[in-house]
Design a protein around this ligand. Structure first.
Ligand SMILES: Cc1cc2nc3c(=O)[nH]c(=O)nc-3n(C[C@H](O)[C@H](O)[C@H](O)COP(=O)(O)OP(=O)(O)OC[C@H]3O[C@@H](n4cnc5c(N)ncnc54)[C@H](O)[C@@H]3O)c2cc1C
Ligand code: FES
Length: 371
């Protein structure tokens, strides 16, 4: 019988260093009056950036290389951190050459993490602004800006009896958190993971230890020698895949193929997916000229590239978050023109009160954006 999972949304240490909420509020109000135009939180942030009152921040305290191109960063979080459910991600603000970029990273630490620390595991993408910085240059002492954990790529409170995790590359990150926290509560779990070579398997030693000691059935696919996984092979690799609730995370091609496979089998409701990139279904490369009115910059934006990328390419600093259409951190007013939703092909016309997500919208003709 499945055992209900314990709640893992553990609050961090008590906010406010133990001061009663009323007293804390009074002190902050008095401080606010005395410190205008800067807010007290600004001073608190300067003195002790991880304390209550400061923005939610974390300080890198350790880095552990996992593979030649992936590194785990252990981050000490401030008192406002509200915990997470394994499988969730955190939006991270990272300053690279004086510019703050936001990216999403799955939380990878297990229940044995030191109190007050979390971890993320970043895989370097060639030319990736943030991943290259985090993997190659970020280190102990560096501050990161954080949001609270979010996301619904998580196990239900009562886990299903049979589970399949289908992952590739850095797609193992949300799954390792689930395994680390729940391996005792899951009865029957198969992990099918793809990476080019054995040494490229992120968390390879941990996964192999979980297989040896905790009975997970690990199927490693080394694509340099075995070729890419064709989801039709699951019939041989995991003959009962149809009876397993499945969680999948990895590159777009694998996820698209798997989603179609499950849908074709009439099992779409048993398939859960976490995408690191939006699924682009429509490509129209006509594009158009995009004017960012506040920056005073006009760029020639292709019709198959998110406006966010086209703007950043031209040096326009735009707000962003997950970069795949889920957090709305990139929404900006579209004053004029038409954009295309890269996931659906839907067109949106600009006008009063119209806001678009620049990370999944491409220009469909000339546009004017308030950014
Ligand atoms: C919910 C969520 C969880 C995530 N968890 C993790 C995680 O645990 N570990 C991790 O390493 N990454 C994770 N990511 C991806 C991460 O947020 C960044 O997209 C990634 O680090 C690349 O950022 P960058 O600034 O280095 O690349 P950019 O400078 O933004 O892009 C560089 C080039 O790579 C392409 N690109 C961008 N992202 C990807 C991608 N994911 N796959 C392939 N090509 C890409 C771009 O189109 C561009 O050509 C997650 C994303 C989401 C939405
Ligand atoms: S950055 Fe998250 S929706 Fe666009």
């Amino acid at each position: 019988m499945a055992v209900p999972l314990p709640s893992l949304i553990s609050p961090g240490p008590r906010a406010g260093g133990g001061l009663p909420a009323q007293m804390r509020g009074g002190l902050l109000r008095a401080a606010r009056a005395a410190t205008t135009p800067l807010l007290p939180s600004d001073y608190l942030g300067m003195i002790a950036p991880l304390t209550f009152g400061a923005d939610l921040q974390g300080r890198i305290v350790a880095r552990h290389p996992e593979t030649p191109d992936a590194t785990t960063l252990v981050i000490r979080v401030g008192r406002k951190w509200r915990g997470h459910v394994p499988g969730q991600y955190v939006r991270v603000g990272v300053d690279v050459d004086g510019v703050r970029y936001w990216r999403a990273y799955s939380l990878t630490h297990g229940p044995d993490a030191r109190r007050g620390t979390i971890s993320i595991t970043v895989k370097r993408l060639p030319g990736g602004r943030v991943s290259e910085h985090l993997v190659d240059r970020a280190g102990p002492g560096d501050l990161l800006v954080l949001d609270q954990a979010t996301g619904d790529f998580t196990l239900p409170t009562v886990p299903p009896g049979r589970i399949l995790f289908l992952t590739a590359g850095s797609g193992i990150t949300p799954v390792i958190a689930m395994l680390r926290h729940h391996v005792w509560h899951i009865q029957d779990v198969v992990v099918v993971h793809s990476a080019p070579r054995p040494e490229d398997v992120v968390f390879g030693p941990d996964l192999r230890a979980l297989a040896a000691e905790n009975g997970i059935h690990l199927i490693e696919r080394h694509t340099d020698t075995d070729g890419m996984l064709d989801v039709a092979e699951l019939d041989d690799l995991v003959p009962d895949w149809r009876f397993r609730e499945t969680w999948a995370c990895g590159p777009t091609a694998l996820l698209d193929a798997a989603a179609a496979h499950w849908e074709g089998a009439g099992l779409a409701d048993r398939f859960h997916v976490e995408r690191f990139r939006p699924a682009v279904v429509v490509v129209d490369d006509a594009g158009g000229e995009v004017t960012f009115t506040r920056a005073g910059t006009t760029v020639e934006a292709p019709g198959d590239v998110p406006i966010l990328d086209s703007g950043e390419e031209a040096g326009v600093l735009l707000p962003s978050g997950c970069r795949m259409g889920i957090c709305f951190g990139c929404a900006l007013p579209l004053r004029e023109g038409t954009v295309r939703d890269l996931r659906t092909g839907e067109l949106t016309e600009g006008g009063d009160g119209v806001r678009i997500q620049t990370c999944i919208s491409a220009a469909a003709g000339p546009c004017e954006i308030d950014g």
